[in-house]
Ligand binder design. Structure first.
Ligand SMILES: [Zn+2]
Ligand SMILES: [Zn+2]
Length: 273
């Protein structure tokens, strides 16, 4: 595959999420759990031009994905897409000019084909997206990720397969979650079928998702309470026979350097080319 898109993960985790996919003719913002000011500050740090954003996609109603949306929408003229379930789920969302789409929607935005797919999370109708650039009926580039899901649905496995850049939720280390400070109901919620993917679940899925086209695997929505970057990296690296560099760090390489495994951050924006 050829790098015709870029991915900017401006924030990932339970304290706020926002990502931008930059396509050939425009960019798409996925979720906004940051203030407008913080979104712009982080975008500038990694050279992400928010003036190119031509549409906003909302995965689900949780505050870590939507807290900044109302203000962003006041300054944005383009379409904002969410499922009808998400659009109706919270008062602050019902007041926004959201365009309702199905969780398997297919949109053309910024020169990209955007394919929605459903997730399993304790919200109304969650979805995530695969982004493709197609030339002469051939997929030349693909980026997808999935977070906020208790397991990967069959359509999620399909959508995540064979991407050049693949993001996968590695929310918690099961032992760290069990030993951690959260009350039992919250531990059960996180580990349940409508909660979040663990390091082990992500690692188990990974070999079925990567192909020779895959260049980057990013662990996403990594919990600051129930996980560590090095644990998430280690789990994913092991699954694809990648070697941590340096040992004990949170970046790994495999396939003679053609595949990189890394971990997204709650606080530091990251750019992937
Ligand atoms: Zn979340
Ligand atoms: Zn969520």
């Amino acid at each position: 595959m050829r790098a015709t898109m870029r991915l900017y993960i401006l924030a990932s985790g339970s304290r706020g999420n926002a990502a931008v996919v930059e396509g050939p003719t425009g960019s798409v913002l996925v979720d906004c759990g940051l203030s407008r000011r913080e979104l712009h500050r982080r975008a500038a740090l990694v050279g992400c031009d928010l003036d190119r954003v031509c549409a906003i996609l909302v995965t689900h109603e949780h505050g870590d994905h939507t807290s900044g949306l109302s203000v962003i929408c006041n300054h944005f003229d383009g379409p904002v897409y969410a499922t009808a379930g998400t659009a109706m789920a919270r008062a602050h969302l019902t007041r926004l000019p959201l365009s309702a789409v199905s969780n398997d929607c297919r949109l053309e935005l910024g020169g990209m084909i955007v394919q929605g797919f459903p997730l399993s999370h304790d919200v109304s109708d969650p979805m995530c997206f695969r982004f493709e650039v197609v030339e002469s009926h051939r997929v030349v580039d693909a980026i997808a990720w999935a977070t906020d899901t208790g397991y990967l649905t069959a359509s999620a496995m399909h959508a995540l397969h064979g991407c050049r850049i693949l993001g996968i939720e590695a929310n918690h280390d099961p032992q760290a979650l069990a030993d951690g400070p959260y009350p039992r109901f919250l531990k059960n919620r996180i580990a349940g079928d409508t909660g979040h993917l663990s390091n082990a679940q992500a690692a188990e899925a990974l070999p079925d998702l990567i192909t020779s086209d895959t260049q980057t695997v990013v662990a996403m929505h990594v919990s600051q309470e129930n996980n560590r970057a090095d644990l998430a990296a280690q789990a994913l690296a092991q699954a694809v026979n990648a070697r941590l560099d340096p040992p004990g760090g949170s970046v790994a390489h495999a396939a003679g350097g053609r595949l990189t495994v890394c971990v997204s951050s709650q606080t530091e924006p990251m750019a992937f080319r």
